[in-house]
Design a binder for this molecule. Structure first.
Ligand code: 73E
Length: 831
C-alpha cells in the first residue's frame, strides 16, 4: 500500500516536471533572461540578477499552468471559493514554487553549473509580508492547499505598498522602519489593468419613488477610486493547478480628478491623487486590536467591493442577469470580520443595481457568505462608529439597519419581549455613540461560522455567540487550523525531509498522516541518531545566522528554546522572561546548579502603539545583554532576541528548535499555528491547554509534551473567586525576587525602574493574563523538559513522535474540512 501510493505521488511531481524544461533548457532559459530581460550577462550578474533571471524562467512554467487552470475552470463552469482576507502573509515564493513545480533539484543543478548557488540567490527575495501574524499566514497556507487539492479558488486581498514594518533593535528597543518589498519589483506578480474596478465612497443617498410604488435608493458617491488588480499565481504541489491571489491596489480615478482639475483646482486634484493612493499604501500593524481609523474601514470596503465586482463580472459572463445560480457558483469565506462589509455591499448591488427585491436578495446573500472567527479578545472584535460608517458608506449603513430590523423580528419570535437579548444580538450597539458590530453582522449574514480549534469553537458557542447558537444550532462549527507541510517541512527542512523520504516514501507532503510510519522507528538507535544529527546540523546553521545578525555566539549543544510569535501580553513572553531570570538567579546562587545549557531564542514584533509589548521587548533585550556578558553563567544560559521576525526567519528557526514555547493564558489563543510548525519539525512543546495545543497533546500523547498551567475552567473559576496576583508574589520567594529585580538597575545600569512597567502590569495592574498564577507550574514543566533532554534517547524518541503525529495539522485537512462542512466544492483537475 505504502509503496503503491508512494509511486503515484512521485509520479505526480515528476510528471509535471517532465513536461517542463530539463536541466540544459533551464540553464539556457536563465541565461536568456539574464541577457534579454535584465540586460546583463553571466560575468557581470550579481546574486540579485541571478535571482530575477531564475524567477523569470520559473514564472514561464507558472504562467503556463495558470492559463490551463483558468481555461479548465471556465470550461467546467466550476463552483469556486473566494477567500476574502485583509492579510496574506506569503513570505518568499521562489523555493515554494520550485518545490511545488518539482523543479527544485533541477534548478539547483542548473545554477550550480552556471557557478551560482540557489540558496544564496534565494536570500535576495524580499518577504511578501502582507500580514501581521497567524491570521495572514493561515490565509497563505490555505491558498497553497486549495491549489494542491485542485480546488477552484481565488484569494482576494490588498496590494499594500508597504507590508508589515521592518523591525530594528536599537539599544534594546524596537524601532519601526517601512517595509519596501517592491522597491526592485516583484517578479511573481502580473498587473491586470483590463480588470480595473471603480469604487465609490462617501457622498449621500437619494430616495426616489418609482412608478410601481417601489422606493429606489441612489447613492451619489463623493469620491470614486480605482482598484487595479495584481495577480500572484499560487502553484499547487505537483504543479497542475495554479490558482490566483488577486490583490487590489488603489489609484485615483480620472473621473474625479478631471472634474476638480477643470474647475481650476489643479492642486486639489493632486491632493485627491494622494488620498486615493493612500488606501493601499500600508498594512495596519495591529494584531488582535482594532485600528478604529477611517482609512482602515475604507481599506476593508475597497478590497471587498473590488473583489465582489470581479466575482460578479465573471459570474455574469457565464450566467448573464440570471441571479438564481449565484450562490451555487460562488462561496465567499470571510477571514475574520475584516471583509464583513462585503455583506451589505452584495445586498446593495442586488437591490439597488440588479433591482431584486429584498427577500430574494437576502436569500442569495445569506447562502453566499461564511465567516471564520479567529479571536475572542474583546479589543480585537471590530465595531465601527455608526456616524463614521454613515459618512464613508451611507448606503451600506441604511442596508445594515434594514438587515437588523428584520433580524430583530426573528429574535422577537424566539424570545418574545426580551429586550436584553435584543440589545445583545443587535448589529447596532446602542449608547451615546452608536456602533456597528461587525461580528454580529457576520454571523447574521453568513450560512456558516467557524472557530479555528476545538476549544476556541466551543468558547465561541458558549461565551461569544450563545444566543446565535441557540437560534441556529448548526450554523456554528469548528475547523481546526493547519499549516502547509510543503513550506513548513519539505522546503524549510530539506535534510529531515530526505530522511523521511527514505523511511516512509515521498508522498507524505500530500498525505501527512503517512508520517505515522515514523513512529515505528522512534526507538531505533540508528534512526534516532540520524534524526538528531539533522537537528544539530540545523542548530549549527542557525547559530551562524544568530552570530551574523546579533554577534552573539551560541552553542549548538545547548537546548534551543524558541518562542516566536507576535508580542502580546496574552502570549506571555514575559512569563518566559521571568523563568529566564529565575534560572539566572539560581545559577548565581549556586554555580553548580544542575541544568543542561540552554539558549532562549525570541522573535516577535510589537504593534507600534502597544507600549507594554514594546517594554517587554526592551526587557528581554536588557536581560539578554546582562546574561550573555556574565561569564559566571553564560556557558549555561544565553538569551537571543532576533530582530525582524518574519516568515523567512521562521523558516530558519523552526528546523533548529528543541523546545517550542506555547504558553498563552488558557482561553486566549484561538489556535496558534507556530505550535504545529515547531512540533512537525521535532520540537517539543512546553505549553498550556489552550488553542490547538490541546489537539497537539491529543495527537502526540501526554508523555511527549510538557503541559502546564491553569485550564480554561480554572481560569474562569479563579476570576469568579477574584484573582489577586499579590497572593503569588507574597508567597513565592523566587517569584518575588525576580519581580523585584525588575525594579532595580541591575539590567539597566544607572536607570532603575526602566523595567518596572512589567512588574506593575503583573501586580498593581491586576495581571490580567495570570502570569503569576502559572509561574510555578511553568517552572516545573521546564524542569521536566530539562530532565528529559539529559536523556538523549528519550528526547530523540519524543521528538520523532512529535513529527510522526502531526498528520492532522496539514492545512490540506483543514481545507478538506471546509469543503465538506461549508463550501461543498468539487475539485477540478487540470490536464
Ligand atoms: O490564535 C491565532 C490563530 O492561530 C489568532 O490569534 C490569530 O489567528 C490565527 C489563525 O487562525 C488572530 N489574528 C487576529 N485575530 N486572531 C487578528 C485580529 C486583528 C487584526 C489582525 C489579526
Amino acid at each position: 500500500m505504502t509503496t503503491k501510493t508512494t509511486k503515484r505521488a512521485t509520479k505526480k511531481v515528476a510528471s509535471s516536471s517532465k513536461t517542463m524544461m530539463n536541466k540544459a533548457e533551464l540553464k539556457a532559459s536563465i541565461v536568456k533572461h539574464l541577457h534579454c530581460s535584465l540586460g546583463t550577462d553571466e560575468n557581470k550578474a550579481n546574486n540579485h540578477a541571478w535571482w530575477k533571471a531564475t524567477c523569470a524562467s520559473v514564472q514561464e512554467h507558472v504562467l503556463e499552468g495558470l492559463r490551463k487552470t483558468q481555461k479548465s475552470h471556465y470550461l467546467n463552469d466550476t463552483r469556486a471559493v473566494h477567500y476574502f482576507s485583509a492579510e496574506f502573509l506569503m513570505g518568499r515564493l521562489m523555493s515554494n514554487n520550485l518545490h511545488n513545480l518539482g523543479l527544485f533539484e533541477q534548478t539547483e543543478k542548473a545554477l550550480n553549473e552556471l557557478g551560482v548557488n540557489l540558496t544564496d540567490i534565494m536570500e535576495e527575495e524580499p518577504d511578501m509580508a502582507l500580514g501581521n501574524g497567524g491570521l495572514g499566514r493561515l490565509a497563505a497556507c490555505f491558498i497553497d492547499s486549495l491549489a494542491t487539492l485542485d480546488l477552484p479558488a481565488v484569494g482576494y486581498g490588498l496590494h499594500y505598498e508597504h507590508g508589515l514594518f521592518r523591525q530594528e533593535i536599537q539599544n534594546g528597543e524596537q524601532i519601526e522602519r517601512p517595509d519596501s518589498w517592491r522597491d526592485y519589483g516583484n517578479p511573481w506578480e502580473i498587473c491586470r489593468p483590463e480588470s480595473i474596478q471603480d469604487i465609490p465612497l462617501f457622498g449621500y443617498v437619494e430616495t426616489k419613488y418609482g412608478e410601481n410604488g417601489r422606493i429606489n435608493k441612489e447613492w451619489h458617491p463623493g469620491h470614486i477610486v480605482k482598484g487595479l488588480p495584481w495577480d500572484i499565481p499560487v502553484v499547487g504541489y505537483g504543479g497542475k493547478t495554479v490558482n490566483v491571489l488577486r490583490l487590489w491596489q488603489s489609484q485615483s480615478s480620472d473621473y474625479f480628478n478631471w472634474d476638480v482639475f477643470n474647475a481650476g483646482g489643479y492642486v486639489d486634484a493632486q491632493t485627491e491623487n494622494v488620498q486615493a493612493e493612500t488606501i493601499s499604501k500600508v498594512l495596519y500593524p495591529n494584531d488582535e486590536t482594532q485600528a478604529g481609523k477611517d482609512l482602515r474601514l475604507i481599506q476593508q470596503y475597497f478590497f471587498s467591493a473590488c473583489s465582489l465586482k470581479d466575482i460578479i463580472r465573471r459570474y455574469k459572463r457565464a450566467h448573464g442577469d440570471d441571479w438564481s445560480r449565484f450562490s451555487e457558483q460562488v462561496v465567499i469565506q470571510l477571514n475574520d470580520t475584516h471583509p464583513a462589509v462585503a455583506i451589505p455591499e452584495l445586498m446593495r448591488i442586488l437591490i439597488d443595481r440588479a433591482e431584486l427585491d429584498w427577500d430574494y436578495a437576502w436569500s442569495i446573500c445569506s447562502k453566499t457568505f461564511a465567516y471564520t472567527n479567529h479571536t475572542l479578545l474583546p479589543e480585537a472584535l471590530e465595531k465601527w462608529p455608526a456616524r463614521m460608517f454613515e459618512r464613508i458608506l451611507p448606503r451600506h449603513l441604511e442596508i445594515i439597519y434594514e438587515i437588523n430590523r428584520r433580524f430583530m423580528d426573528e429574535v422577537e419570535a424566539v424570545w418574545p419581549g426580551n429586550n436584553e437579548i435584543k440589545r445583545k444580538l443587535s448589529i447596532i450597539e446602542e449608547g451615546p455613540d452608536k456602533m456597528v458590530r461587525m461580528g454580529n453582522l457576520s454571523v447574521i449574514g453568513s450560512f456558516a461560522v467557524n472557530g479555528v480549534a476545538e476549544i476556541h469553537s466551543a468558547l465561541v458557542k458558549k461565551d461569544l455567540f450563545p444566543e446565535f447558537n441557540h437560534m441556529w444550532p448548526s450554523k456554528l462549527t469548528n475547523v481546526t487550523n493547519g499549516i502547509t507541510p510543503r513550506r513548513w517541512l519539505k522546503a524549510c527542512n530539506p535534510a529531515l525531509s530526505q530522511l523521511i523520504d527514505g523511511k516512509i516514501g515521498q508522498d507524505w507532503p500530500l498525505n501527512l498522516d503517512k508520517l505515522k510510519g515514523l513512529a515505528e522507528f522512534a526507538e531505533d538507535a540508528k534512526f534516532q541518531k540520524q534524526f538528531m544529527k539533522i537537528k544539530r546540523d540545523n542548530k549549527v546553521q542557525l547559530a551562524k545566522e544568530v552570530m551574523a545578525l546579533t554577534g552573539v555566539e551560541i552553542d549548538p549543544n545547548a537546548i534551543f528554546d524558541v518562542q516566536i510569535k507576535r508580542l502580546h501580553e496574552y502570549k506571555r513572553q514575559h512569563l518566559n522572561l521571568l523563568y529566564i531570570m529565575a534560572l539566572y538567579r539560581r545559577l548565581l546562587e549556586n554555580p553548580d546548579y544542575d541544568m543542561h545549557p540552554r539558549v532562549f531564542l525570541f522573535g516577535a514584533k510589537a504593534a507600534p502603539g502597544y507600549k507594554l509589548a514594546k517594554d517587554i521587548i526592551f526587557a528581554i533585550n536588557k536581560v539578554a545583554e546582562k546574561i550573555n556578558n556574565d561569564a559566571r553563567v553564560n556557558h549555561k544560559l544565553k538569551v537571543v532576541f532576533l530582530p525582524n521576525y518574519r516568515v523567512s526567519l521562521a523558516e530558519k528557526m523552526i528546523p533548529a528548535a528543541d523546545i517550542s514555547e506555547q504558553i498563552s493564558t488558557a482561553g486566549k489563543e484561538a489556535s496558534g499555528t507556530g505550535n504545529m510548525k515547531l512540533s512537525l519539525n521535532g520540537a517539543l512543546t512546553v505549553g498550556t491547554l489552550d488553542g490547538a495545543n490541546i489537539e497537539i497533546a491529543e495527537e502526540v500523547g501526554d508523555e511527549n509534551i510538557f503541559i502546564f498551567g491553569l485550564t480554561v475552567a480554572e481560569v474562569e473559576a479563579l476570576d469568579k473567586k477574584g484573582y489577586n496576583p499579590f497572593d503569588y508574589y507574597d508567597n513565592n520567594r523566587e517569584l518575588k525576587a525576580v519581580l523585584d529585580w525588575l525594579d532595580s538597575d541591575y539590567f539597566t545600569p544607572g536607570k532603575p525602574g526602566a523595567l518596572s512597567s512589567l512588574k506593575r502590569s503583573m501586580l498593581e495592574g491586576g495581571d490580567h493574563y495570570k502570569v503569576l498564577a502559572d509561574f510555578t507550574s511553568y517552572c516545573e514543566a521546564q524542569s521536566l523538559a530539562d530532565k528529559a533532554y539529559k536523556e538523549p534517547e528519550r528526547w530523540a524518541k519524543m521528538a520523532i513522535l512529535n513529527t510522526a503525529h502531526m498528520g492532522k495539522f496539514t492545512s490540506d485537512r483543514s481545507i478538506k474540512d471546509y469543503v465538506e462542512r461549508i463550501w461543498k466544492l468539487d475539485p477540478c483537475k487540470v490536464e
